[in-house]
Design a protein around this ligand. Structure first.
Ligand code: URA
Length: 248
């Protein structure tokens, strides 16, 4: 799909306003296929055009796929009048118009969060029919009863009567930790499931979406970018333990 040269530059370079782009074009700092370009209305094929600003190539990324290690205390929202948002944690080079968090983690939940501007991928990833599994590491206020895993497997019923889809509960190394594996994303779901099983959540961290693991060594609050093909392959993989996660 062809697009205007000025729109291409403002969309691909962080912090670039349309007026700044006009200025760059006017002062002949933009080249298109090696030739100075001054007309921002020119239609280009973003997949093949070689655009550069001050000699620096402007790479084309149709969508961005950003993996964040969300810290506790930050809200999963594009903007919020009271609290810091996950978007405010993004480094300048990963900011651009149209990005949003794909799904929601509670303010006190940490771990793997995808931020993207690919609405279709987000919809696919969150639809219960797609069966994309999310894995949470859970800290418990007291040990769960022996039959808890069975309750989860048969579809635990929440306090308000909602029956959840079958989920997996894996005991942790000690009685006060476990893993919960879900394919749906109801409001406060893990906390409500754990409450229905007779315990409480003291800490919650998402560690996996599909085959996409929270990268080991990604510090809390930091983000990395994934290539489109890598993001899609990992998220929609049924394999829970992917080798070769892009190193950071
Ligand atoms: N379940 C919860 O209760 N909270 C989250 O943030 C995610 C899943």
């Amino acid at each position: 799909m062809r697009m205007r040269l000025d729109k291409f530059i403002s969309g691909q370079l962080p912090g670039m306003t349309r007026s700044r782009v006009r200025e760059l074009l006017r002062s002949k700092r933009v080249t298109l296929d090696g030739v100075p370009a001054t007309n921002g209305q020119l239609k280009i094929d973003p997949e093949t055009a070689a655009v550069a600003v001050d000699g620096e190539p402007v790479p084309y990324r149709r969508f961005l796929y950003i993996v964040m290690n969300k810290p506790s205390g930050v809200v999963t929202a594009v903007r919020d009048s009271l609290s810091q948002t996950v978007m405010e944690l993004l480094p300048e080079k990963l900011r651009r118009q149209g990005l949003f968090p794909a799904g929601r983690l509670d303010k006190d939940t940490e771990g793997l969060l995808l931020i993207t501007d690919d609405g279709e991928l987000c919809h696919r990833m969150l639809s219960p029919g797609a069966h994309v599994e999310k894995e949470y590491a859970v800290g418990l206020s007291k040990p769960l009863p022996k039959d808890a895993a069975g309750l989860f497997k048969s579809g635990i019923v929440l306090e308000d009567g909602t029956r959840c889809r079958p989920a997996e509960l894996i005991p942790g190394g000690d009685p006060l930790s476990c893993r919960v594996l879900l394919t749906e994303g109801r409001y406060h779901q893990v906390k409500r499931m754990i409450a229905a099983a007779g315990s409480g959540v003291t800490s919650l961290k998402r560690v996996r979406i599909g085959g996409l693991l929270l990268p080991e060594g990604l510090p809390s609050g930091e983000s990395i970018e994934l290539e489109e093909a890598v993001a899609k392959a990992l998220i929609f993989s049924k394999n829970r333990h992917i080798d070769g996660f892009p190193s950071i």
